[in-house]
Design a protein around this ligand. Structure first.
Ligand code: GDP
Ligand code: FO1
Ligand code: CA
Ligand code: CA
Length: 311
């Protein structure tokens, strides 16, 4: 069986760990969000790809959900001692090594997809991890503050501002000319089912769906999604601030409508969201809180069984 999954960072990674556990014999191809990527201190950082890679490779800081376990921050302190900006992004020493390898390979001319594969040789995530695109394609956020209207990088809005300044809009810079990374469209074509983990519907899944060709390739497939919104709130993070910015309510119903019945065949919601409905979509209400790895596996099994039923 071949499963394709689109993934952001923490929500996607934890779900994928469950999917891998529940379908150990399946081939799982993960199409990762690279809209969060940023260049800092001359190094290319890919937070969502790394979160998936470290989580599935047992190298993640489990408490935080991103970054490396047993991390130290000597380099960050030394950079700060030089007064080098930005100081609001917490890169750890172990994590720095990943960005050094990636940046060195980019400089040598390798595409991000091949670099990601090389990094995964160490981490053995047990899935094929592909960036959505090899092209530079970054989410920027239009905000109004004391400096007037301006666009900041997604990470500046998310990490430095903690999404406290309302986003007027999101701009995925570079998306018009971005091409799906090698293997992405082929994997979708060959997929038996497609599963959307409970990732951010705007700046994770929404971003991947904007890469020309990806959404269209998904339409003929059986696609089952897990709602990232339970009882009118994100389970963690600030997805509500992202949804508000694009004029979508923070409900499981509104996120389903955002994706649309054209794309979605099945939509798993929490038991308290029973009653969510859209013509042509099966919407079972089940426990969808990933409080541990076993719970994530149960949720993934429910999603996968629904997808197989609908195929
Ligand atoms: P990020 O890139 O690190 O922000 O992670 P993702 O985009 O992959 O996932 C973030 C989304 O996951 C948030 O909108 C959360 O509401 C959702 N999420 C996190 N944990 C859970 C969970 O246990 N269950 C469900 N249903 N959603 C979750
Ligand atoms: N998130 C934070 O809230 N603060 C940080 O300092 C931070 C550093 C960081 C470093 C590497 C990495 O892979 C992820 C990091 N994250 C940090 C998480 C990440 O920026 C965001 O959660 C996602 O990009 C939003 O989806
Ligand atoms: Ca992300
Ligand atoms: Ca379909």
């Amino acid at each position: 069986m071949h499963i394709v999954s689109l993934a952001g960072g923490i929500g996607g990674a934890r779900f994928l760990r469950g999917l891998r556990a529940t379908a150990p014999d399946a081939t799982i191809t993960v199409i990762g969000n690279t809209g969060d990527d940023i260049t800092l201190f001359g190094l290319r950082v890919c937070p969502d790809l790394d979160t998936v890679m470290y989580t599935l490779g047992n190298g993640i800081d489990e408490q935080q959900g991103w970054g490396r376990a047993k991390e130290t921050h000597v380099v960050k302190e030394e950079l700060a001692a030089y007064g080098v900006e930005p100081q609001w992004f917490g890169l750890g020493d172990r994590d720095f090594a990943t960005h050094i390898v990636r940046s060195q390979m980019l400089e040598a001319g390798y595409p991000l997809s091949q670099i990601t594969q090389a990094l995964c040789t160490r981490w053995q995530p047990g899935v094929r991890l592909l960036p959505m695109t090899d092209d530079r394609c970054e989410t920027h956020v239009v905000i109004d503050d004391e400096n007037g209207r301006r666009a900041v990088h997604f990470q500046e809005w998310w990490v430095r501002l903690r999404a406290s300044v309302p986003a007027q809009s999101f701009a995925l810079v570079g998306v018009d000319t971005a091409k799906p990374a090698p293997g992405v469209l082929e994997a979708i074509e060959q997929a038996d089912v497609v599963i959307l983990p409970p990732s951010n519907p705007v700046v994770s899944i929404g971003t991947i769906l904007q890469v020309p060709g990806i959404r269209d390739a998904l339409l003929p497939k059986t696609v089952v999604g897990v709602s990232p919104i339970i009882g009118g709130a994100p389970v963690r993070g600030m997805a509500d601030a992202c949804l508000t910015a694009i004029g979508v309510e923070t409900t499981a119903q509104a996120v389903l409508e955002l994706y649309g019945a054209e794309l979605i065949d099945g939509w798993l919601v929490a038991e308290e969201d029973e009653g969510v409905a859209l013509d042509g979509v099966r919407v079972p209400a089940r426990p969808i809180l990933m409080h541990d790895a076993d719970a994530a596996a149960d949720i993934a099994r429910t999603a996968l069984n629904l997808a197989l039923e609908l195929t």
